[in-house]
Design a protein around this ligand. Structure first.
Ligand code: M6R
Length: 615
């Protein structure tokens, strides 16, 4: 949520900042802006709308600012104050010698603002962020012994809430001050140049060496290096991490949208999640990131999985898998609820946090609650080095590669594969025989090829989307392992096409949603072969008899379902526990095509942003 970039070095900062902002635009696209520093001058250019709009506006910048070799940039996801030119970052102090960008929420901004106004400060925006620049200004001016670093540090001591900030000043023109609490920041290390960003995407084309800032840390970045200190001013030793992804992974690679590219990457992603972790022939699983804790995990009285959005849907499938295979009781909680409801969790319990980004504010807060209560905390994250990955005691990376599309697709399938392997690991030597595990792993290893076959149905799915593109509502129904998939299908449709959609366990339809069914209501059934198949057929009949328009996902060769509707997407069969990995793919494509046919920008759905780092 909100993207931050910064550059200090020997090259022109402007093109680096603009390119960086484009790479971060998935974090917010309400407005974009940048500040360039050259000697005693700071120039700010900012406006509502996209980075390409900002880029066009930079033609007005004078030559000396184009030559600037220090700058900071921001792409905004609005919290306080509507998307507008005034509310765009960076913010300047009145004497225009300090510029600041911010990601996060200053929760006590209102009282700070009143105090600053009473001291004569004038605010030009409605944002919470603007208080930070005036606060630094006031503190710096109040004591001539202070420098930009100490003024920023002192200012942050007054701030409640979350922040990732970059600050520059023409009074100390050869440095960028950065600080984080709750909102991620990464420093990319070049030769005589340094890059700052909210995540690695803008950095990867310049260097693969990065340092992740931790919460409560502040860094001074110059052309000669960086020093990281705690907010209490104690120097921190930092580890340089090598990024393991390349530029092609964050580009569209010939696809029209990142979302479509990521949907099509899923067969490869499934293989990557399994790589080096399973040996189907020998029936072996080795999950290195949790091996040290596996016995404790197996002895858990109770597992709680916390997540948000799509990751929460994967968590729900995880519950079904772990309970069925490992026979351990699993509860799934929205991270945002868990954190505030004084959950019953203790030292004998395990709390698993699932997050693609590893930065989601609610999931991170749930992690802190679980830690305080003494539970063993385990993470399943995609972004390497992310905060949740670093703060959990043990965990596993999903290795899905960077997910840029705001609508999560490949991260979901990677999470489900991971949970499948986890469930089998927890069962090993306890509830399932070695031969059964080998059988499950062999089936799992066939999934990528089956997923590829589903992707070949893209044209047919687009045809179905064409017939339903004008719908205002849709109902997604599934049972058992495919109930969470129904929720996920509905979420995908609503977030990118703005068609109102609901997911339900199919049997619940008769307890209410059936009242909605008429000739205009598409009802998407997941009707693959499992123990509830016959009941689903009855549900389809119930919808048909009320003139609802049925779309079904069924297994290849299913004559029963094709008798009930002509809109059937036939997918290869699998065991019920693995079926979500296949049934979700047509639903992702259905949402994608419905949205593009309605003219929606699927990579930038309105009001949304990737990585929700605010509450
Ligand atoms: O990065 P996370 O997995 O923690 O993100 C959780 C949700 O914000 C995310 O899944 C969101 O719901 C997506 N827009 C779904 O497509």
């Amino acid at each position: 949520m909100c993207g931050i970039v910064g550059y200090i070095g020997w090259r022109e900062a402007l093109p680096i900042l603009l390119q960086g902002l484009k790479r971060l635009e998935y974090r917010g696209y309400d407005s974009a802006g940048l500040a360039l520093l050259n000697g005693s001058i700071i120039s700010v250019i900012k406006q509502k709308g996209s980075v390409s709009g900002l880029e066009a506006a930079t033609v007005t910048l004078p030559e000396e600012m184009r030559n600037a070799t220090i700058g900071i940039g921001h792409t905004r996801w609005a919290t306080h104050g509507e998307p507008s030119d005034q509310n765009a970052h960076p913010f300047l102090n009145a004497s225009r010698d300090i510029a600041l960008i911010h990601n996060g929420i200053v929760e006590n901004f209102s009282s700070l603002k009143q105090e600053l106004i009473s001291q004569g400060y004038i605010f030009l925006s409605e944002t919470d962020s603007e208080v930070l620049v005036h606060l630094i200004d006031r503190i710096w001016k109040s004591d001539s012994r202070l420098d930009l670093e100490s003024a920023t540090r002192n200012a942050l001591r007054h701030v409640d809430g979350a922040y990732g900030i970059c600050v520059i000043s023409s009074r100390e023109p050869d440095k960028i001050i950065i600080a984080r609490k709750g909102s991620p920041l990464v420093i990319g290390i070049g030769t005589g140049e340094y890059f700052i960003a909210s995540d690695a995407a803008p950095i990867v084309e310049h260097t693969n060496k990065v340092v992740y800032l931790s919460d409560g840390e502040l860094a001074v970045v110059t052309r000669d290096g960086y020093t990281v200190k705690s907010i209490e001013n104690i120097e921190q030793a930092k580890i340089v991490t090598e990024l393991d992804y390349s530029l092609d992974k964050i580009e569209k690679g010939g696809f029209e949208h990142f979302m479509l590219k990521e949907i099509f990457e899923q067969p490869e992603v499934m293989k990557n999640v399994m790589r080096g972790r399973v040996n189907p022939e020998k029936g072996l699983i080795h999950l290195g990131g949790i091996s040290e804790y596996l016995d404790r995990l197996k002895q858990a009285k109770h597992i709680v999985i916390c997540a948000c959005g799509t990751s929460w849907h994967a968590a729900l499938i995880g519950k079904y898998l772990i309970e069925e295979f490992a026979r351990i009781k699993v509860e799934v909680d929205y991270a945002s609820e868990f954190r505030y409801r004084n959950p019953i969790v203790g030292v004998d319990d395990v709390v698993i946090l699932i997050s693609q980004s590893g930065e989601t504010a609610d999931t991170l807060a749930a992690l802190h609650v679980a830690k305080e209560k003494g539970a063993l905390v385990m993470g399943i994250c995609n972004v390497v080095g992310s905060t949740i990955a670093r703060e959990t005691l043990c965990g596993m990376y999903t290795h899905a590669g960077p997910e840029i599309g705001v609508a999560s697709t490949k991260a979901f399938t990677a999470q489900v594969v991971m949970l499948y392997m986890l469930a089998l690991s927890l069962s090993k030597g306890r509830t399932i025989s070695h031969d059964e595990i080998a059988l499950h792993l062999r089936e799992l290893s066939c999934l990528p090829e089956k997923a590829s076959r589903i992707l070949e149905l893209d044209g047919q799915i687009k045809g179905i989307a064409e017939r339903f593109r004008d719908a205002n509502n849709a109902l997604y129904l599934g049972r058992g392992y495919n109930f969470p998939v129904a929720l996920e299908g509905a979420l995908k449709l609503k977030e990118i096409s703005y068609i109102h959609a609901e997911g339900y366990p199919a049997a619940e339809m008769k307890h209410g949603p059936i009242a909605l069914i008429d000739k205009d209501m598409p009802v998407i059934f997941i009707a693959t072969h499992d123990s509830t198949y016959a009941k689903i057929l009855s549900n389809i009949e119930e919808v048909r008899s009320r003139k609802g328009r049925v779309i079904a996902i069924a297994n290849v060769g299913d004559g029963e379902v094709s008798r009930l509707t002509e809109d059937v997407i036939f997918i290869p069969s699998s065991s019920a526990p693995l079926s979500p990995l296949l049934t979700v793919i047509p639903l992702q494509l259905l949402a994608y095509h419905s949205a593009t046919l309605r003219g929606c920008n699927v990579d930038r759905p309105r009001n949304l942003a990737k990585s929700v780092t605010v509450e």
